[in-house]
Design a protein around this ligand. Structure first.
Ligand code: RIB
Length: 286
């Protein structure tokens, strides 16, 4: 089947800094790199590298051919990506020596995606397919509604957290994925986690899948020495969606996603750090 992904495509500007800047502070970076990123693009790359048919739905601006070339090279189907006059989205990412980051995004073309673009991209989609969405594009609510009406499983990653977006998308969502902070924000806003499948990623503490009426499923994290945690959550979600799409049960899919994101944080960058299925196999075997 197919994993569709309405998601952001960003050019990441990554600065290695001695510590994350404090308010009012000017810092000199120790290193700079540019790479492919965006929560959506990272998830699509992860899904494609994990072996799924991954169709990206999104938008970029002019002069960004290398971005599309990289996505294509990773095996992502770009039939749902529109070329617009708005600039390609970008992210300013500071990474400290402990591999922690702080990110500012400029949405650009990501926020110019229209419901009509999504409708066209999902034209051939149906039951058995999956739609991933996050909060870095426009048209999420419409996309979720179209996909749910067509019988797709909608997996919603509530990042960056926005309670208005959460409320709008939830009625059409099959699985909501959050990190611990987003889960806390959701509990604070809604009084509790929504009564639906929720997957909470907890970094080095593993991940938990909560379903109403059953015992939570827990998978521990693999222990690694991280150099850059940018995109780890995206890698988890894209790999998980691919694994479920390819028929793995929930625990096996979470385990594979945990392995892929553990490997990803041992490498610098976002999309470029995502391992192939063969590398994940070898890592899990080891
Ligand atoms: O989740 C990491 C991603 O967030 C980065 O690649 C950056 O582009 C932002 O979208």
């Amino acid at each position: 089947m197919t994993v569709y992904n309405l998601g952001s495509i960003n050019i990441d500007h990554v600065y290695r800094v001695p510590h994350l800047p404090a308010p009012g502070e000017t810092l000199s970076a120790q290193a700079y790199a540019q790479g492919l990123g965006g929560k959506g693009a990272n998830q699509s790359v992860a899904a494609a590298r994990a072996g799924a048919r991954a169709v990206h739905i999104g938008a970029i601006g002019p002069n960004s051919d290398w971005v599309l070339d990289q996505l294509r090279a990773y095996g992502v189907d770009l039939s749902g990506v529109s070329l617009l006059s708005e600039p390609t989205g970008h992210a300013i990412i500071n990474v400290d020596p402990g591999a922690e980051n702080a990110i500012v995004i400029y949405p650009g073309a990501n926020r110019a995606v229209t419901p009509a673009m999504v409708q066209a991209a999902l034209d051939g989609a149906g039951p058995g397919d999956t739609l991933l969405i996050q909060n870095e594009t426009s048209a999420q609510t419409e996309a979720a509604a179209i996909a749910a009406a067509r019988g797709l499983c909608v997996i919603y990653s509530a990042a960056p957290f926005d309670i208005a977006a959460v409320r709008a998308v939830l009625p059409h969502t099959g699985l909501m994925v959050m990190n611990e902070i987003e889960a806390e924000q959701t509990r604070a806003a809604l009084g509790a986690l929504p009564q639906m499948d929720c997957l909470i990623t907890k970094g080095a503490q593993g991940a938990e899948w909560i379903s109403a009426g059953t015992e939570p499923l827990f998978v521990p994290a693999f222990r690694v020495d991280p150099v850059d945690t940018t995109g780890a959550g995206d890698t988890f979600i894209g790999t998980l969606a691919a694994a479920l799409d390819l028929g793995l049960d929930r625990v096996s899919a979470m385990r594979r996603a945990a392995a892929a994101s553990a490997l990803q944080v041992t490498r610098p960058g976002a999309a470029q750090a995502i391992a192939s299925a063969a590398e994940v196999d070898a890592f899990m075997a080891g």
